[in-house]
Write a protein that binds this ligand. Structure first.
Ligand code: DGY
Length: 322
């Protein structure tokens, strides 16, 4: 039996799996993200052998040192930019994530944001609820079509490819994409065009959807200059990580109609929003829920738990990132 700490309540399936494997599991009782002090204190209460962490936990050297016997931190997310991998390596701590299980869900969500934004759905909902609908009108809340428009995908990994495939097959969009190298698998699956640079995608696409991991090189990948390169009628969608887009610059670009609209599920300084963002009508904003379906959050719970179980059994977990 080993001692496992889970930093916040997650769907039961993973907790039950850990307990069924014979481990003692403590789940943080706080209904919210543990502050740094709370996390350090919690890890100090028992000699934990494993930690199941969330993307909202900043996991660095001090956190590893607070739980010196925990040689695995299993992140309940595919993204792991919240974890200091160098500090983990220095201490021989294994880090795992939850890839694959959320691909379809996030791809579906990105498409939902594209549609919601292009068809002005939240704006139309607000308009109707406000009692402003006084009869059909030829130019009321005009949106744009998908068919024949160009979707630009930045980052054609699992999720980016999922969005590209759906956009092509369901809406007959033209798809262009940028990644560090061409994605042969995607090019076999659908007719799409690789672009050598981010800028080419931004200049040509009607809708740009971002699916890159957050790295030093992708921080503010979309900045003021790049927003200025986009078409005047363009839409920007971000379901990856907030800091990939310079949010302040985006607010300005949306206000000044440099681009037409944006759909965001992630923010630079979550849960805070950039000043003025929520006042804009031409942005759809949601609270980092792209992977939030019953099915997927359950699978993420199961996968993170299995990573812990495998590690504690002396096996290599399936989803090691470092
Ligand atoms: C992830 O897994 O990285 C998502 O952002 C949260 O579901």
């Amino acid at each position: 039996m080993a001692l496992v700490f889970v930093t916040r309540k997650i769907p039961d399936i993973g907790i039950n799996l850990l307990r069924a494997a014979g481990h003692e599991v403590d789940v943080s009782q706080k209904d919210g993200v543990l502050t740094r002090d709370e996390l350090l204190t919690a890890l100090d209460t028992k000699p934990y052998d494993a930690v199941l962490s969330l993307l909202t936990d900043t996991i660095d050297g001090d956190v590893f040192d607070a739980a010196p016997s925990a040689k695995i931190f299993a992140n309940y997310a595919v993204g792991y930019n919240n974890i200091d991998l160098d500090a983990a390596r220095e201490r021989g701590v294994t880090i795992t994530n939850t890839p694959g299980v959320l691909t379809d869900t996030v791809a579906e969500y990105a498409l939902s944001l594209i549609l919601a934004t292009a068809k002005c759905i939240p704006e139309a909902d607000r308009f109707t609820r406000a009692g402003k609908y006084d009869g059909w009108a030829p130019e009321l809340l005009l949106g744009s079509d998908m068919k024949g428009k160009t979707l630009g995908v930045l980052g054609a990994g699992r999720i980016g490819s999922g969005v590209a495939t759906r956009a092509k097959k369901a809406f007959d969009m033209d798809v262009i994409y940028y990644d560090i190298k061409p994605n042969e698998h995607l090019e076999k699956e659908i007719d799409c065009t690789f672009k050598e640079t981010v800028d080419e995608v931004l200049k040509e696409a009607d809708i740009v959807t971002v699916h890159v991991p957050l790295l030093e090189s992708t921080t503010h990948l979309i900045n003021e200059d790049r927003l200025a390169m986009m078409k005047e009628g363009a839409i920007l969608i971000n379901t990856s990580r907030g800091p990939v887009v310079d949010e302040k610059a985006l607010v300005k670009a949306l206000k000044d109609k440099v681009i037409r609209a944006a759909g965001l599920d992630v923010y630079e300084d979550e849960p805070a929003l950039a000043k003025g963002l929520a006042d804009l009508d031409n942005v759809v904003i949601t609270p980092h829920i792209a992977s939030a379906t019953e099915e997927t959050r359950g699978k993420m719970s199961e996968m993170a738990a299995q990573n812990v179980i495998d590690h504690l059994a002396g096996d290599t977990p399936q989803n090691v990132v470092s």
